[in-house]
Design a binder for this molecule. Structure first.
Ligand SMILES: NC(=O)c1ccc[n+]([C@@H]2O[C@H](COP(=O)([O-])OP(=O)(O)OC[C@H]3O[C@@H](n4cnc5c(N)ncnc54)[C@H](OP(=O)(O)O)[C@@H]3O)[C@@H](O)[C@H]2O)c1
Length: 332
């Protein structure tokens, strides 16, 4: 038997996640079973609990869409991994990462870089892959360009800061509150805007001598998106990453025409379906950056398994900083 968080009805994470004992999962022929070493919390974990994510798994399920684990058992058709491998990637629902054992799909599993500890490695998948595809594949970010990152101390935002800096961009981060200002600075942002104190549009215009940001990375949406169109540069690219603010904006297409900017959609998960080679290439690039010390997920909280539901709730409320991860090696 293993301990696992389980969702049997939909609702707020802290209410519907229950820590239970389950039978050990068995791998299907095309699956891996791993001992969970660490599992990072993500906004989609909260959306899965609420039933508002694009994927709606059958109930009951264990959330935890991103993890680092040690391979215990491999299905008969799995060739790329062996027991003992230290891996990272996506949790296969209904057996996600918020548990002592989880199931993984080998097409969404990669060897974990030695340069990262378990909690960091568990955070190198969704946020960093999303950032890499968003900035390089969709926005074609160039060295010397100005990158504006919203929710810059959060999961996907913190990755975008490090990847933007690694690509040679000048990075302006927007965050809510002084604790997050400090985190965005630690992550390497050149300029940090506290959205409670300053108008990011004014700051971007001042910092770019009126030109605007070349790339805007937006996991928040709504009013944040609308304001972003006021400080996007000529031939700039606004990357639509998410709607953490809860409102899905309706863009004024005439404005995009008049100012000559692009509105770029990003659904990272689709690359697994349409261009898996690129996903492998992305992981190789991230591993190299980790080995060079250019990217290292900032894990601000290392949780015991019992603390996970509360952390997912706080993440959904926007009050977590950096990455929060269940760390089987012990909460610190
Ligand atoms: N497109 C893709 O392929 C893809 C992939 C992964 C994730 N996502 C999406 O990216 C978004 C961010 O995910 P994440 O896991 O990295 O979360 P997160 O950034 O850790 O948390 C969301 C952040 O958004 C900001 N925010 C602004 N208004 C908010 C509000 N009304 N409620 C809550 N937060 C608010 C907060 O930061 P500040 O207070 O600092 O502003 C908060 O910390 C989610 O919408 C997620 O679904 C998309």
């Amino acid at each position: 038997m293993v301990r696992a968080w389980q969702v049997s009805e939909l609702g707020e994470p802290a209410r519907v996640m229950r820590l239970v004992e389950l039978a050990d999962p068995e791998p299907a022929s095309d699956q891996l079973v791993v001992r969970v070493l660490a599992a990072a919390a993500n906004f989609p974990d909260a959306l899965l609990c609420r039933g508002t994510y694009q994927v709606r798994p059958d109930l009951p399920f264990t959330p935890g869409v991103e993890l680092c684990g040690e391979v215990l058992a491999v299905g008969s058709a799995v060739e790329r991994f062996s027991p003992g491998d230290r891996v990272l990637g996506g949790g296969s629902l209904p057996h996600g990462g918020f548990a002592e054992l989880a199931v993984m799909d080998p097409t969404k599993t990669f060897l974990a870089p030695d340069a990262l500890d378990n909690a960091q490695a568990s955070s190198l998948y969704i946020g960093y892959q999303t950032g890499w595809f968003g900035l390089h594949r969709r926005a074609r970010l160039l060295a010397g360009e100005t990158l504006l990152v919203h929710a810059a101390a959060g999961g996907v935002g913190s990755a975008a800061i490090q990847l933007g800096k690694a690509a040679g961009a000048r990075v302006i981060g927007v965050v809510g509150g002084p604790d997050k200002v400090a985190v965005a600075r630690r992550l390497g942002a050149d300029v940090v805007v506290d959205r409670y104190e300053q108008d990011f549009v004014d700051v971007v215009k001042t910092e770019t001598a009126g030109r605007g940001a070349d790339v805007i990375y937006d996991p928040v949406g709504g009013e944040t998106y609308q304001r972003s169109t006021k400080c996007i540069a000529f031939e700039g690219r606004i990357v639509l990453v998410g709607f953490a603010g809860g409102e899905i904006q309706s863009p004024a297409l005439n404005h995009a025409l008049i100012k000559n900017y692009s509105i770029v959609g990003l659904h990272w998960g689709l690359y697994n379906t349409f261009d898996h080679f690129a996903v492998e290439e992305c992981h190789r690039a991230l591993t190299e950056l980790a080995d060079q010390g250019l990217v290292a997920p900032l894990v601000s909280e290392r949780l015991a398994l019992t603390e996970v539901a509360d952390a997912v709730q706080r993440l959904a409320a926007g009050t977590t900083v950096g990455r929060v991860a269940y760390d089987a090696g012990g909460a610190r």
